[in-house]
Write a protein that binds this ligand. Structure first.
Ligand code: DUC
Ligand code: ZN
Ligand code: ZN
Ligand code: ZN
Length: 467
């Protein structure tokens, strides 16, 4: 027996089009679209009809950068795959790509197995994995090939955090050379961690211990330098490059210059860099710890360059880098020493709404909203057109979005497992109303109707965004 759902009367928005259309879902996939009110649509019968009149019908969000339960600085990100994926669903995201972590001295396989064990049977929405390479050596390079074949097709390297995740230039070059052969996409945390560690030590020696010094030592120039170096290494290796969490105007300029040469160099930014700034890091007392992440928040002036980069396609993706730590007991580990504040912000629930607010504010168009939040992340990481669009054959991951409702973001109303909101008190226009994951209604007019374990692991193909 097939199971049919009809979403009727909404404005279907994809990266390519905006059309008043009815959407027919059958057995978890998009079966057909037809212009609203036309004879084709009138003949459809369904077990369930969702009235989307006056609403947008959009693809579920694809958040290509999350860290559920990430070990960091002696603690763990406070969302696990259960709480984190529920919160994602509440926020209109129906796929996450989380980072499995290789431990120093261990095979990639162990890290990947550990991440499967954390996620298996717990997710409310579908998920996939990138792999963090913490230990680039002969055997982990060989393992990359196997991972690409089984659907883990992207690998994050760190130019920051010496002694923890850090890779030196030789390791980076080797990983890029490998990726250029096996089709993997290298993702880069581009900050010069060796230089930053010197500045951290000097700041602490001067008694500069407050959260705001986190932003001061992690200099814009050291993000720009690392971005430049990563691009040159990728050119030498003839490999594509995706720079994660771009926060500084000077880094965007490096990406733009590379893209003007026609290189396969891509950039991601995150809502925190678009909506927050060093003003937040400088909030009185220890409040600034809530905003400690790396790359750090920047002076407000950088935001214009990020918005421009999103419009010119020098930046292609907005992901959250969701990596929540509670203020109480976790962020507080860094009282008296900003370098001990675990790095990361909560946000998986807020991304689609904040980017819709960017549409309302005139920063981006409605279709660009869907492109940077759904379609391009799906293409970039080999999930398209299963994810990221509304088209026949695609998974029926669909959000009914009310563009008129006003809501105030707050810890009181959010679903992420963390004791603060980075956007406390911010009013945005627009709200997720109903969410379908592979045809199952997981949020029904703002009630959670999903379940842990509904979400499945999705192996990925290689990058579909290369020129
Ligand atoms: N980089 C990330 O992408 N996430 C958390 C911490 C970090 O440095
Ligand atoms: Zn209509
Ligand atoms: Zn990073
Ligand atoms: Zn991250």
């Amino acid at each position: 027996m097939s199971n049919r759902t009809l979403i009727s009367g909404g404005l279907v928005v994809t990266a390519a089009d905006e059309i008043h259309a009815d959407v027919l879902i059958e057995d978890g996939r998009i079966a057909a679209l037809a212009a609203h009110g036309t004879a084709a649509a009138e003949t459809w019968t369904a077990d369930r009809t969702i009235d989307a009149t006056g609403k947008y019908v959009i693809p579920g969000g694809v958040d290509a950068h999350t860290h559920m339960e990430l070990p960091f600085g002696g603690t763990f990100a406070s969302d696990d795959f259960d709480t984190g994926t529920r919160a994602a669903a509440w926020g209109g995201t129906t796929t996450i790509v989380d980072f499995a972590v290789q431990s120093m001295g261990h095979p990639l396989r162990d890290g990947l197995d550990a991440w499967h064990a954390k996620a298996d049977g717990k997710c409310a929405i579908d998920y996939a994995f990138h792999m963090i390479l913490s230990d680039v050596n002969e055997s982990s390079l060989k393992e990359m090939d196997l991972l690409v074949e089984e659907g883990v097709t992207s690998f994050k390297l760190f130019m920051a955090y010496p002694g923890v995740f850090y890779s030196d230039d030789g390791q980076i070059l080797r990983a890029m050379q490998r990726a250029s052969v096996n089709g993997g996409l290298i993702m880069m945390h581009a900050e010069n961690g060796i230089a930053i560690d010197v500045l951290v030590e000097q700041a602490l020696a001067r008694g500069e211990t407050d959260p705001r010094y986190h932003g001061e030592v992690r200099k814009v120039l050291l993000e720009a330098e690392a971005t430049h170096r990563a691009i040159q290494l990728a050119r030498v290796a003839d490999a594509p490059l995706y720079v994660v969490h771009v926060s500084a105007e000077e880094a965007v300029a490096e990406l733009a210059a590379a893209r003007d040469k026609g290189l396969n160099v891509f950039g991601e930014t995150c809502p925190q860099y678009l909506f927050l700034s060093t003003d937040n890091l400088a909030e009185p007392g220890f409040e600034g710890a809530k905003y400690v992440c790396s790359t750090p928040l920047r002076p407000r002036e950088h935001q214009a360059a990020l918005w421009r980069g999103l419009r010119t396609n020098d930046l292609q993706v907005v992901s959250t880098d969701h990596c929540p730590f509670c203020f109480t007991g976790q962020k507080e580990l860094g009282r008296g020493d900003f370098s001990k504040i675990p790095n990361g912000l909560p946000g998986v629930e807020n991304r689609m709404d904040l980017l819709h607010q960017a549409v309302v504010d005139g920063h981006i168009s409605r279709r660009r909203w869907i492109e940077i939040a759904c379609a391009t992340p799906a293409r970039m990481f080999g999930l398209y057109p299963k994810k990221g669009t509304i088209a026949p054959g695609a998974d029926a991951d669909v959000v009914i979005y009310d563009p008129h409702v006003q809501q105030t973001l707050s810890v009181e109303t959010q679903h992420m497992n963390v004791d603060y909101s980075a956007y406390e008190g911010k009013t945005v226009t627009g709200q997720v109303e109903t969410v379908l994951s592979r045809g199952h209604v997981v949020i029904d007019r703002r009630t959670f109707t999903g379940r842990s374990g509904h979400g499945v692991y999705v192996p990925r193909s290689t990058c579909q965004y290369l020129t």
